[in-house]
Design a protein around this ligand. Structure first.
Ligand code: PRP
Ligand code: URA
Length: 209
């Protein structure tokens, strides 16, 4: 239905998503679970990372092995994307981290930028743009445009929950960017929240409800 999106299917991903959805999950468990879920998602979607051959010595013998050949850059969209970074860094500790600060204006739902810091050389890196919530798609579409402005082309979106409306809008704006998400939810409500969703992700991560 959405050529730009892959919905990941894995029992552990579904289980952890249920913890995030539960309104009784306290902030510390919510944070921990979002990081674990992000780890699982990125493990699933990085099968195509380039490798280079290395010759090394095990304690017993010389050995031909493979190591990551490309520089990975994680770019969380603040604030909620921050909740994914630590989990992914457990998996790819050598990844660099840039930040884009974007919030949705509550009335218009339009993205408003307040921060952008990327490492030098970002244009040659493999970028994973992190935002757990893809609602109208406005924040991600804006962030992708900012990355492209800086010459970055190899962009993959990592999300947790996506609304059909947002996926459609994102595909129209950036058909070249693929989205990986743990679940395609039903729709948006009148305030632009994903249903059934998990509520306001930034607030649940940082206790600002
Ligand atoms: C949330 C969420 C996404 C955005 C998704 O951010 O973290 O970035 O909304 O909505 P969209 O697809 O309609 O743009 P929010 O504006 O609540 O900021 P916060 O993360 O700082 O709380
Ligand atoms: N942002 C959130 O945190 N939750 C939603 O459901 C939509 C946007």
């Amino acid at each position: 239905m959405f050529p730009n999106a892959t919905i990941l299917k894995h029992p552990l991903i579904e289980h952890k998503l249920s913890i995030l959805r539960d309104r009784d999950t306290p902030n510390p468990l919510f944070r921990e679970t979002l990081n674990e879920l992000s780890y699982l998602i990125v493990y699933e979607i990085t099968r195509d990372l380039a490798l280079r051959p290395v010759r090394l010595q095990t304690p017993l013998a010389p050995c031909d092995a493979q190591q990551l050949a490309e520089q990975v850059l994680l770019v969380p969209i603040l604030r909620a994307g921050l909740g994914m970074v630590e989990g992914i860094l457990h998996l790819i500790p050598a990844a660099k981290v840039g930040h884009i600060g974007v919030y949705r204006d509550e009335q218009t739902l339009q993205p408003v930028e307040y921060y952008c810091k990327l490492p030098p050389g970002a244009e040659s890196m493999r970028v994973f743009l992190l935002d757990p919530m893809l609602a109208t798609g406005g924040s991600l579409a804006y962030a992708i445009a900012r990355l492209k402005e800086k010459g970055i082309r190899r962009i993959t979106v990592v999300s947790v929950l996506a609304a059909p409306e947002g996926l459609q809008a994102l595909h129209a704006a950036h058909p070249d960017v693929h989205v990986y998400t743990a679940m395609l939810d039903e729709c948006l409500n009148g305030q632009g929240y994903i249903l059934p969703g998990l509520g306001d992700c930034g607030d649940r991560l940082f206790g600002t409800l």
